[in-house]
Ligand binder design. Structure first.
Ligand SMILES: [Zn+2]
Length: 398
């Protein structure tokens, strides 16, 4: 109550008593709550007057132009003001910022200065101003709503893309690469083919074989013609089918750095008739028919299988017959595997039982976590058990 009394007292004072902006605002907000007096200095008028006197410089103030007129009647009393951003109310003889003009027109003071005959026109103008304000607001809201909806749709579609990649068991790195690739082609306006192409599996396979394969082979051949290389050969069983894989390994300079490069040369499906002769023919046809490649072929790495090293029918033996200085290296990974296998067989059975038991115990992640916690507590280096399996897992190493 005390505050209101104070306000009341203040509002009857001359407004040029410099009061703080907050106080002014408080007064403006509260004047409407005060009982209206019938004298000419009504508090709401005073508030309006203060409001239009305030120099409210917006970030981008509106310039005076034809666009500010809401109807022809407004043109009758609003003229260009002192600056590009001011209009003048002829009736009130006041220079007003364009951004504050509508408030001024709606004010009681302006109404008082307007001839009563024009009050209907003034009401019409105020209605037009209000309608324009509402329309502007609606447009803004609609735009915002549209933007928000667009953003939400984008986020939804993005998540759908990620979920698709994960469901297809692509790695995060693959999803990222595919995403960036598509992003770039859309940015470069090259995404039109998505609409027109069928992405048919058969067609993709044909393109790979008839189009990309040729150029890839040419590319590898050029490299093999120009530098020494060795060959890795190994057989593998995938879905009960046997395959023989040939891989070349050579040194290559990429971005001024010399790196070891591996390139698969051939994956050959083996049948029951496949033997060293078959593989020998594959290598001869694929590589040694080109004399320059033949010259650069310096070594072969293999798992020491009897089909490869057999004295009479072994593949390596046959290759060495063609090329006497060919270096034959037993794959160290296979050798290590053999060493471990033989070493383990020397251990007493109870020790192997213990090793197996320990590994079985720590198969569960919870138990691994308990072990690491204990190590952390006693300030020890965190060590965990490597999975122990009986078969070799490392392949094609030199
Ligand atoms: Zn006026």
């Amino acid at each position: 109550m005390a505050r209101r009394k104070n306000t009341k007292a203040k509002s009857s004072q001359k407004t040029d008593n410099a009061s703080s902006i907050n106080q002014k605002k408080f007064e403006q907000d509260n004047t409407s709550k005060l009982p209206k007096k019938k004298n000419s200095q009504m508090p709401d008028q005073q508030a309006e007057e203060e409001k239009s006197n305030e120099v409210v410089w917006k970030k981008n103030p509106t310039k005076y132009s034809d666009k500010i007129f809401r109807n022809n009647y407004m043109k009758l009393f609003i003229k260009k003001g002192s600056t590009d951003y001011h209009g003048e109310c002829i009736y009130c003889n006041r220079d007003i910022l364009v951004d504050n003009l509508y408030d001024h027109i709606k004010s009681g003071k302006h109404r008082n200065k307007t001839d009563k005959k024009e009050h209907d026109d003034l009401d019409g103008l105020i209605k037009d101003i209000n309608d324009y304000g509402n329309l502007k607001k609606t447009k803004k809201e609609l735009k915002k709503e549209k933007e928000l909806k667009g953003n939400q749709n984008d986020i939804y579609n993005y998540l759908e893309f990620l979920a698709f990649g994960m469901a297809e068991r692509f790695s995060f790195s693959q999803i990222s690469k595919i995403g960036l690739f598509i992003k770039n082609i859309i940015k470069d306006n090259k995404a039109g083919f998505f609409k027109n192409q069928s992405f048919d599996e058969e067609e993709i396979s044909l393109i790979a074989r008839n189009c990309f394969q040729k150029s890839l082979i040419e590319d590898i051949n050029k490299k093999l013609e120009s530098r020494p290389f060795s060959l890795i050969i190994d057989n593998s069983t995938i879905s009960k089918e046997n395959y023989c894989v040939l891989q070349a390994r050579f040194l290559e300079s990429i971005n001024n750095e010399t790196v070891v490069t591996n390139k698969v040369l051939k994956i050959h499906k083996l049948d029951e008739k496949s033997d060293a002769k078959t593989m020998h023919k594959i290598i001869k046809d694929r590589l040694l028919s080109n004399p320059e490649i033949e010259r650069n072929f310096i070594g072969i790495v293999h798992d020491n299988a009897s089909s490869l090293i057999g004295k009479y029918n072994g593949l390596v033996t046959k290759l060495q017959e063609d090329k006497s200085n060919l270096f034959s290296l037993k794959d160290p990974c296979h050798c290590f595997n053999l060493i471990l296998k033989n070493s383990l067989s020397e251990l007493p059975k109870r020790i192997m039982k213990f090793v197996t038991k320990i590994h079985l115990h720590f198969k569960w992640p919870q138990r691994k976590a308990i072990l690491s916690n204990i190590q952390k507590e006693i300030d020890q280096k965190e060590l965990t058990l490597k999975p122990y399996i009986k078969t070799k897992v490392i392949k094609s190493g030199h």
